[in-house]
Design a protein around this ligand. Sequence first.
Ligand code: XIL
Length: 408
Amino acid sequence: MATGDGTVTRRRFGKWAAAGVATAAVESVTGCGSFGRSEQDEKKLQLENASGLDVTGANSLGAHAAARGLLYGAAVDPELLDVDGIAVEHTNDPYTQLFAEQTRILVAENAMKWYALRPAPDRFDFSNADRMIRFAQLTGKVVRGHNLCWHEGLPGWFAKTVNKDNARQFLTEHIRTVAGHFRGQVQSWDVVNEAIWLEDGRPDGLRVQPWLEMIGPDYIELAFRTAAEADPHAKLTYNDYGIETDKPGEAAKRAQVLALLKRLKASGVPVGAMGVQSHLYAAGAQPGAGLREFLSEVSALGLEVYITEMDVVSAGIGGGQAGRDRATAKVYGDYASLMLADPNVKMLLTWGLSSGLSWVNNPNQRMQRFPDIWRERPLPFDDDDAPTDAFWALRGALDGAPVRAKQG
Ligand code: XIL
C-alpha cells in the first residue's frame, strides 16, 4: 500500500463473475430491503453463493444503488489500479476489476491526504491521485476528495515547518493548490475532517490540534471559504466519526457536530454536506433514534448527507466466523436501511471493498484496540473477492431505499 503498512495480496476474481445463475432467487431474499432471512433462506443462499453467483454488471452494488438514484462506491488505493489495462479495455487484475464492477463513486483511501500530495513544503505530487481520476474518467465514475484539513495524515516536515506565523498561509495555499488541481473533477470534498473531540474539554467541542492551536477556531471557516473559491462546484463536506449510536459519548459528540454545522451556516460558510464516516461495531448499541433526528436536523440546514467510510468490526461477537459474518451483515442491512430511508442521504461508500486490504486488518491501526484480534471481514467482499453476507445485506438495503433523483 501507499503507506507501506500492509501486506498486499492479489486475489482471484473470476469465480463470482461466472455466468448469471439463480439471480432471481437471490432477489427474493434480498429485495425486501431488510435482513430478516429465515434459516431456510440462509441455507439456500449459502448454497447459491457456493455455486458462484454473478454479482457483476446489473447485479453489482453500484447498479442496485443507481436503480434507486443512489451512488455506491468505495475507498481505493490508486497505486493498485491497472489503469493502463482499463485504458485498452482489458485487465486481468482482480482489484481493478472489482472496483470497475462494483463502484460508481471513488474516494482515495490515502492518496489525497497531505502527506501523500506534499512530499516537501514547496512540492506537490499529484501522480497517484491523478491515477484515480484517470481511472474514474475511463470507467465513467464520480470522485470524492478526501481530505483538505485534518490533524492526521500530515507530512513529516509539517511540525518543523508550519507555525503560528505561517499556518494560515500553508492551509490556504494547500487548499487552493489541491482543490484547484482537481477543480471540476470531484463531486464533493471532505474539507474538514474530524474537528470535534469532546475529550479535549472545550465548550465548543473542537479538537485541540495543530490547526486550532496555530490559527484558532476559525481555521474551519477559513478552510471552507478557501475551498469554495478553488472549486465552486464541489459539495463542501464536514466529515466525522463516532456520532452514529445513542451511546452517551456519541450522542454528545453528534450534538457538538450539529452545533458546529449550525454556527457555520449562520456565518454564511459554504458548507454543503455532512459526511457520516460510519465505522461501526456489531457488538453493543446500534444507531437509532438519535441518528434519525440528526439526519432531519442536518437536512433542515440545507445540507446533503453522505455515508463516507462504512465498515463493520465484529470483535466481541460469538459464533465463530459464521456468527460474526451474520452480525456484520445485520449491521450493514439495518444501518443502510435506517440511513437511506432519509431521502437526503445521497450516497454510501464503504472504506474499501475486500477485507484483505481493509485498514481494520492492519495490526498497527484499528485492530490494536481490540483484545481478541482476529481476521475481520468488515466489507462486502472477502479476501478472495467473493461477496460476504454483508454484500447481500447491503444490496438488499439499497433495493429497499426510496428512489431519489439521480446523482452524479
Ligand atoms: C485511514 C486509512 O484507511 C489508513 O490506510 C491510513 O493509514 C490511516 O487513515 N477516518 C478517515 C480516514 O477519515 O482517512 C482514515 O483512513 C480512517 C478513519
